[in-house]
Design a binder for this molecule. Structure first.
Ligand code: COA
Length: 382
């Protein structure tokens, strides 16, 4: 039985910062950001958005009316509560049935892939069930930090089912985990702590390790792939990953893999880091802009700092366009540096006092209206 991604949709915030503006403010050459890091814009998060509203925004684009959703898994490393699952708010905002299982899953940028694999297991047990997996995150490194240019925000929502319309996930995958301190966020911090250079090296090492073990286990070779999609904390990272495998090659296959990596980078370059949703936004970008045909194999490298990697694969289905959501970035509003910095500081974060936000300023359908009696107040705008 085929099991995999039946529908996939993406949402981000209504605002963005042009990274040339950021480069000028931080006294950097814009080409360092545009070429060296590979990012052009980044999502700016108003105080009225968090992982719950972003998740609801993404999932509301899916056709859930005919679906038989048994379970909702929200994958995130930007949790808003140590106890209650963010998905319960999302379930309420989406109006899903009360007869549903809801949990939250965490392992840095890897957890969406873990959720996808758990969902496959549930569907294998009962093929009539569908699982809603939502990867939702806000990547915050802090103002004037080295990681600032690699911030971003957004959510990718996926329905996992039998006989999927978009991508059938194949049975063999390789997982790899080591206790590594490349990126972490203690409970008292609203911004990540990161050893960026070390992290990029661990990423490449984990890609090489999982990919080569996959090739050994399956007997497949690079030519069996139409595209390799990578976790993209910043788009240059995907290039580093791919080139670690094909830097010596200049043949037709290597050219195609490079062209498809560029396609996978197109949308992430405009949004920034989605943390655990980044691989899946890259996949959407690839399916919209790349050279991949039904029946072909796509390799997916998932990486979460801490650290865990998984190399998995999928076969593109002939019906993929019916389940592939659109990407509407042209509706976003550009903000200047001062507005970005103000919004960054307004983030609810660890604040515990009551606050009311101006939701009228945010055009999004799902908004965070504030905090009252230590409870987040969400609204749906009709
Ligand atoms: N034109 C073109 N390229 C330029 C440039 C210019 N004017 N100036 C610098 N560059 C290139 C550098 O050569 C380098 O390329 P390389 O990585 O291919 O060698 C790149 O831009 C970055 O420059 P660097 O000096 O290394 O940047 P940095 O010290 O600010 O660190 C990160 C960059 C990505 C490490 C940092 O932003 C970070 O820590 N980000 C968060 C890391 C992260 O997301 N980790 C999670 C991984 S899963």
């Amino acid at each position: 039985m085929k099991i995999g991604i039946d529908q996939i949709a993406f949402a981000t915030t209504p605002y963005y910062l042009d990274l040339v503006d950021l480069a000028q403010a931080r006294d950097e050459d814009p080409n360092k950001y545009l070429i060296g890091i590979g990012q052009s814009k980044q999502a700016v998060v108003p105080p009225t958005q968090d992982i719950v509203t972003l998740a609801a925004q993404a999932a509301s684009q899916l056709n859930l009316t005919a679906a038989n959703i048994s379970t909702l898994i929200v994958a995130t490393e930007s949790g808003i509560d140590q106890s209650k699952a963010a998905g319960i708010y999302v379930k309420q905002l989406l109006g899903l049935s009360d007869f549903i299982r809801v949990v939250e899953v965490k392992e840095a940028c890897y957890s969406a892939t873990a959720s996808l694999q758990f969902a496959r297991g549930l569907v294998a047990l009962n093929p009539a069930e569908q699982v809603l997996v939502i990867a939702s995150d806000i990547a915050r490194y802090g103002l004037k930090t080295g990681g600032e240019v690699t911030q971003g925000a957004g959510a990718v929502a996926m329905v996992i089912s039998a006989n999927p319309k978009v991508l059938s996930i194949e049975p063999v995958s390789v997982n790899y985990t080591q206790d590594v301190m490349d990126f972490w966020r203690p409970n008292y911090a609203t911004e990540a702590m990161v050893d960026g250079k070390y992290s990029t090296n661990v990423y490449i090492d984990f890609f090489q390790t999982t990919f080569h073990r996959y090739l050994e286990q399956t007997g497949r070779e690079l030519a069996d792939f139409a595209a390799l999609a990578f976790h993209l904390p910043f788009t240059k990272m995907g290039k580093k990953g791919l080139e670690s495998e094909i830097s010596e090659r200049d043949d037709e296959l290597a050219t195609r893999l490079r062209v498809n990596l560029t396609a996978a980078q197109l949308v992430p370059r405009e949004v920034g880091n989605l943390y655990t949703g980044s691989l899946y936004l890259g996949l959407m970008s690839l399916l919209h802009h790349g050279d991949v045909k039904p029946g072909e194999r796509i390799g997916l490298f998932s990486y979460g700092s801490g650290a865990e990697g998984e190399f998995l694969t999928g076969i593109l289905e002939s019906t993929y366009q019916a389940g592939l959501g659109g990407i509407a970035l042209d509706q976003r509003q550009r903000v200047d540096l001062a507005t970005y910095e103000t919004m960054f500081k307004q983030h609810l974060g660890l604040k515990s006092t009551d606050v009311t936000f101006n939701v009228d300023a945010d055009p999004s359908r799902f908004v965070l209206a504030g905090l009252k009696h230590h409870q987040r107040q969400y609204q749906v705008k009709e």
